[in-house]
Structure formats: C-alpha cells, structure tokens
Design a binder for this molecule. Structure first.
Ligand code: ADP
Ligand code: MG
Length: 353
C-alpha cells in the first residue's frame, strides 16, 4: 500500500490562503489523523489529497505517483464523508457495488468484492435493505463498505462519525480501528475530536490556521508537546495553564503560592512563562489552603474539581478513589515537579529546561 507525501502544498481561494505550505510524509499502511479546531484546514487538506480541491502550489504524491494534477478518479483513493451520501433507491448491496459497476467491472468480481466488504463490516444480513431501513451507524458502515469495494490505495475519512450519537461513535471508532488492522491500508482520517485522534492514530497531525503545529505518535504528543496549543489540545480535560515567572531554584506560580522546583537554565531568570499541569497529574493536599473548590462534577469512577487559586486563575483536577473534595472546601495541591510543562508566555513555544 503506497503512502502519501506532500511537498510544500498551498491552497488559496482567490486571495485567501488557507493552507500555508505543508510538508508531510504518511507511511505505507499508516493510520494518520488530521486533528484541529473547526476551520483549521483539515477538510481542505484531505480534499487536496483526493483531488476534490486543486492544489494551488506544491506537490502531492501517492506512493511514487505525482498526483498533483490528476482527477479524483485517477488517484486511486476512496473517501468516506460525514453525510453518508448513499443512493436511497438502491439496496445496500447495489450501493456498495455501484462504483465498480459504473466502471464496467464484471458482475462476478463485483459480487466477490461486495461479499468481502460485507463480511468485514458485518453487513451480510442487511444487503437487501434500502438505506432508509438502516440506522445511522449501519449507513456509515455501508459507505465505508463502498470505499472498501473500490480497493483504493488510500482511504480518506472526513469526520465520518460526527453524525452518530455518542455510544455509536465509540462503537464505530473501534470498528474503524479493526478495519485498519484487517486491511492494513493507508488511511487519513479527519476529526476535530482529540479522543478519536488519540485512539485511532498511528500518527497525529495537529493543524491550526492552515499550518502544522506538531506531528507525532499520540502518546508522544501527549507527553512531549512542542507548544501550548498542542499541550492544550491533546488530553481531556485540557491541560491547566497558569502565569509564572522563572525564579531562583524553579518557577514561581503565584496562583499556587509556590515556587515549583524544576531545573531551568539560568538564562531564563525573570522570564514570563505559562506553566502547564494536566488535571490527571494533580492531587489534593488536605493540609494545604492555597485553593478554593468552586465546583465538582462526579462521573462515577472519576470526578473533576474546579479550583480557584490566589490569582483567580481556575484549574481542573481529576480525582479517583473514594475520598473526594466538596464545593466550598479550601485545599492545597500536590504534584510531581517534573509534571510541570513550561511555555514561553509570548511565543507559546515549549521551554525544555
Ligand atoms: P476544517 O475542515 O478544519 O473545519 P476547512 O478545511 O473546511 O476547515 O476550512 C479551512 C478554511 O478554508 C476555513 O477558513 C474556510 O472558511 C476556508 N474555506 C473552505 N472552503 C472554502 C471555499 N470554497 N472558499 C473560500 N474559503 C474556503
Ligand atoms: Mg471539515
């Protein structure tokens, strides 16, 4: 299965540039997720791979084929959309086989490929039904089946689960992961949901305003973000940020009324930083008094406490176990100093010691 390579790709609509020269290599058989907030250019970049949007500048390769100027139908890609775009008057079986039929493939071959896709997606008992008689999840499985039947080099997914309810979304997410394991094809998957990105991806590409902020394996982005944007985007609930100043022997964080003893080069002394701590790395210190508990939310196995510190900056902590704080309590916080992430307050780039 060929991978995808982008060399300095740019997209402009008239005078408005929305993709700013992206370099990216997606390996053979890799599951690559484009993630970022709405409007950051995920769909545009995906549609440029598909050929549904023209690439204004730069080059796009699938394997070693330069596809930059090719029509979508010549690129050997299949796309699955958020809206399933099935033909309402055709059965599941006809919908899945339609692309091959239009291209004049023999009936026996179509039968065989539809049967294979149907087996993979567990659609056998629905083959004779029309889309109206299917649930949302089943319809999306049919549209994925239609992509499989075409046997593309690269599968492209644009927020395929966004129209499904929460429970079905989790179920389909697992199915898509299984599908990737089974067929091993190169897949590019667009989502604004960082949980989908974390759980599905071999490689995550974090996009913002038409630029790549960081590329990496999910846990690498979580553990070692390059900047405040990625740190805040990956992980749920999001990382807490507080203003701080580099001082002797560490970083002074007024909201916590403490100087966190972290190693940092002397050259940074007096530097304004944004200090980041993940909710799951914080625990309550009942002997302390630096924070007030504003609100709590219990989800059962875990709960979230919303705390306000000395400067009024709000932070969230995650609690497990039986003993949990209550609204109105005054408590302290404890954490391992090495869990503190530092970002330049101005550039928002990570400061690594
Ligand atoms: P995402 O999928 O990440 O939500 P899009 O790729 O759809 O974002 O859009 C990226 C940017 O490009 C947005 O600012 C959007 O307004 C702009 N855009 C998308 N399509 C067009 C178009 N046809 N004409 C002008 N601007 C567009
Ligand atoms: Mg989009």
């Amino acid at each position: 299965m060929p991978g995808v390579t982008m060399n300095k790709v740019v997209k402009r609509y008239g005078d408005v540039q929305v993709i700013h020269g992206i370099d990216l290599k997606i390996e053979d058989g890799e599951f690559c997720v484009f993630v970022g907030p709405s409007g950051c250019g995920k769909s545009t970049l995906l549609r440029m791979v598909a050929g549904l949007e023209e690439t204004t500048e730069g080059e796009m390769f699938i394997g070693d084929r330069n596809v930059t100027k090719l029509d979508p139908s010549d690129r050997c890609v299949s796309m699955v959309f958020q809206t399933y775009a099935l033909y309402p008057h055709m059965t599941v079986k006809e919908n899945m086989g339609f692309g091959l039929k239009m291209n004049g493939h023999p009936k026996a071959e179509i039968e065989e490929k539809v049967a294979e896709a149907s087996r993979i997606l567990k659609l056998d008992e629905y083959l004779a039904r029309k889309p109206a008689a299917l649930s949302g999840g089943q319809r999306q499985r049919v549209s994925i089946g239609r992509a499989i039947v075409r046997g593309p080099d690269v599968f492209l997914f644009d927020e395929p689960l966004s129209n499904l309810d929460a429970e079905l979304r989790v179920e389909m997410r697992v199915e898509i992961a299984r599908l990737h394991k089974e067929i091993g094809a190169t897949m590019i998957y667009v989502t604004h949901d960082q949980v989908e990105a974390m759980t599905l991806a071999d490689k995550i590409v974090v996009l913002r305003l038409g630029n790549i902020e960081q590329v990496g394996a999910p846990m690498d982005l979580y553990r070692d973000p390059d900047n405040k944007f990625v740190a805040g985007f990956i992980g749920s609930p999001a990382m807490n940020f507080m203003n701080g100043t580099v001082a002797d022997g560490g970083v002074e964080v007024p909201n916590l009324q403490m100087t966190v003893p972290v190693p940092i080069a002397a050259a940074y002394k007096g530097y304004a930083v944004s200090a980041g701590l993940r909710p799951e790395h914080l625990t309550i210190d009942r002997s302390g008094t630096s924070m007030k508990v504003e609100m709590t939310e219990s989800l059962g196995g875990i709960s979230y406490a919303y705390l306000i510190g000395a400067t009024g900056e709000r932070i969230i902590i995650e609690e497990r176990g039986d003993e949990r704080v209550s609204e109105g309590e005054t408590v302290g916080l404890s954490f391992e100093p090495e869990r503190l992430y530092l970002f330049d307050a101005k550039t928002e780039q990570r400061i690594r010691g």
